[in-house]
Design a protein around this ligand. Sequence first.
Ligand SMILES: Nc1ncnc2c1ncn2[C@@H]1O[C@H](COP(=O)(O)OP(=O)(O)O)[C@@H](O)[C@H]1O
Ligand SMILES: [Mg+2]
Length: 237
Amino acid sequence: MRKDVLLDVIELNAGYGGKPVLQGVDFQVREGEIVAVIGRNGVGKSTLMKTLIGLLSTDKGSINLDGASIDLLSAHKRARKGIGYVPQGRDVFPRMTVLENLLVGESIAGKSTPGKVDEIYRYFPILKERADQRAGTMSGGQQQQLAIGRVLMGDPSMILLDEPSEGIQPNIVQDIARIMVELNRETGVTVVFVEQNVDMIRAMAQRCYVMDKGRIVAELDREMLQDRDTIRRYLSV
Ligand SMILES: Nc1ncnc2c1ncn2[C@@H]1O[C@H](COP(=O)(O)OP(=O)(O)O)[C@@H](O)[C@H]1O
Ligand SMILES: [Mg+2]
């Protein structure tokens, strides 16, 4: 069965105050896929994520979600349309407890779903254990799980993750990758993630786009992702 295209990015250009970074990014993600965007530091991966969620505006080209352009929508409206965004460095509210962080996620999304917190606790048991702990006192891996849990509170149809493995111990990287694959399988949520960690790419991605100098320069299929050296080679493009 061929699934429908959920995210269609066409000739996307964006940057910072006249400094062009994205210079014609083209790619597509189908409903229910897990797709990685890989590439060296500075090639524009975070800029792409920020443009997709609407923290940066589209200068040229377009971003289509489920067949409709979202270029003119604010980040806030895009979140309400079902895009969840976990920034690089994760950004949880350090002085709030784990549960308070989750409830903020619910209010950002503008809807509350009964039983959502418990569902998230099932995927991320550590968040239940630490529900009353201040987020800033947790490890990087725990904070990453909280940041993901926080966007899940809004019941997104697509999650954007920017370098989820950054600063996290290898065994926790594997745990997070496994949970994301489970979530995807059980809920059908689409996942687009930026990564440079070969283990996380292999554990999570079904397909992969390679970015260089503000463009997508290659695509790796499932078979190519089997080979660590292939991934390493493309990470150093
Ligand atoms: N806030 C900003 N203002 C100006 N330039 C920026 C800003 N953030 C990133 N850049 C520049 O944009 C380019 C792409 O950065 P980024 O998207 O963060 O790359 P990546 O995530 O692939 O490491 C880099 O040259 C970086 O210096
Ligand atoms: Mg980045």
